[in-house]
Write a protein that binds this ligand. Structure first.
Ligand SMILES: *Cc1c(COP(=O)(O)O)cnc(C)c1O
Length: 374
């Protein structure tokens, strides 16, 4: 077999990115004012059926901004899945609050909605569902629970641009939804993020805290501590060009996933990624579980794939296993499902630009590695 080099996830910059960035430079609008910002915010929020989009410097800062805008701070608790990237949890710490972790649900790998209520205390202020690897969380029971206990819902949709829950695009199902435009996400601005909301007052707060909390009445007068979490016009120019192609990217992700699953379904010991009947998964990373009867461990498989030029990623290390959170004394319970997913999960090459022959090469390699090991 010919050796190919296949990255786990790379951006596609084949639209008007260069044209729009060139326009920024020629027109001298390279900082955080300029036409592209408004256009990108408008286009992205409309795509999510949200009234407001506040572009930020990253997904991490969008999440922090969301928590600050909702008034979440000292002595507050935010409930979230343990199986996520640390960028979901850190903003809770930045805000001065405490993350409270919940185990995963074995089918979708998302937060186990049935395990949330037992974690709610007097201090709980919000729930942060994370649509992991592009599959939406079962939001209806979560939203019902939030309403019952008067909690905010901040969606971490950093991996789920265009994913749908019961026909509705995620990100606007709770109070605020946060997205990342890091280079490997579904659409990219290099670095960047956005917080979206339907609430006018919340949108005003997001804007206020994004830009140092300048008071409306007078320049250089401040009633609050704000941040500089602004996105540049240059980044937004890339984002706008990306948004002109988002449907193509989502289509490619889903088509690639279908091909992967059709081949890997027949391989013993592989669990393909989920798609619940109420969900549209956008397969940010095409992720599978390597079960015991596959014949070789997940890490061994990853090493063998690397030798064949195929880059992969293991699943995230859950938050309850992070030394930094142990050190801080943030430990609450046992998380057997997340532990299992962390041990068995691997993300395969997933770029929108992936070609059929590359997917076949990855699958053939997996089969070959299994054969050699058994
Ligand atoms: C990528 C990601 C983020 C953070 O995004 P950045 O833009 O890298 O700050 C947050 N949460 C999840 C689940 C992510 O995958």
């Amino acid at each position: 077999m010919k050796k190919l080099q296949i990255p786990v996830c790379e951006p596609t910059l084949a639209g008007r990115e260069l044209q729009y960035v060139t326009d920024c430079i020629k027109s001298n609008w390279i900082s955080s004012k300029g036409n592209y910002l408004a256009k990108f915010e408008e286009k992205f929020s409309r795509f999510c059926n949200a009234n407001h989009g506040i572009a930020t410097s990253s997904g991490t800062t969008a999440l922090h901004l969301a928590l600050v805008a909702l008034g979440i701070g000292k002595n507050d608790e935010v409930i979230m899945p343990t199986l996520t990237m640390i960028a979901s949890a850190n903003p809770v710490i930045f805000a001065g609050a405490t993350p409270v972790f919940v185990d995963s649900e074995p089918y979708t790998w998302n937060i186990d909605v049935n395990a949330i209520e037992e974690k709610i205390t007097d201090k709980t202020k919000a729930i942060m569902p994370v649509h992991i690897y592009g599959h939406p969380v079962d939001m209806d029971p979560l939203l019902k629970l939030a309403k019952k206990h008067n909690l905010f819902v901040v969606e971490d949709a950093a991996e789920a641009h265009g994913a749908e829950y019961k026909g509705k695009v995620v990100g606007c199902l709770g109070d605020i939804g946060c997205f990342s435009f890091y280079t490997n996400k579904i659409v990219t601005t290099g670095e960047g993020g956005m917080a979206i909301t339907n609430n006018d007052e919340t949108a005003e707060k997001l804007e206020l805290f994004r830009d140092l909390a300048h008071s409306k009445e007078k320049r250089y007068l401040h009633y609050d501590i704000g941040y500089n979490y602004r996105m540049t016009n240059l980044q937004a120019a890339i984002g706008l060009a990306q948004m002109e192609k988002i449907e193509t990217y989502i289509h490619a992700r889903r088509k690639n996933a279908k091909l992967y699953t059709s081949i890997l379904n027949d391989v013993k010991g592989i669990t393909p990624p989920p798609e619940a009947e109420w969900a549209k998964n956008i397969y940010w990373l095409y992720s599978i579980l390597i079960q015991d009867d596959f014949g070789t461990g997940r890490d061994e498989l990853a090493n063998e794939l690397a030798k064949r030029g195929i880059e992969t990623r293991p699943f995230f290390i859950p938050m309850h296993k992070q030394p930094v959170f142990k050190k801080m004394g943030i430990i609450n319970g046992k998380f057997p499902i997340a532990d299992e997913l962390c041990a068995k999960g691997i993300c395969l090459p997933s770029s929108s630009s992936l070609e059929e022959k590359q997917i076949k090469y990855v699958c053939d390699s997996i089969k070959e590695i299994q054969k050699i090991a058994n």
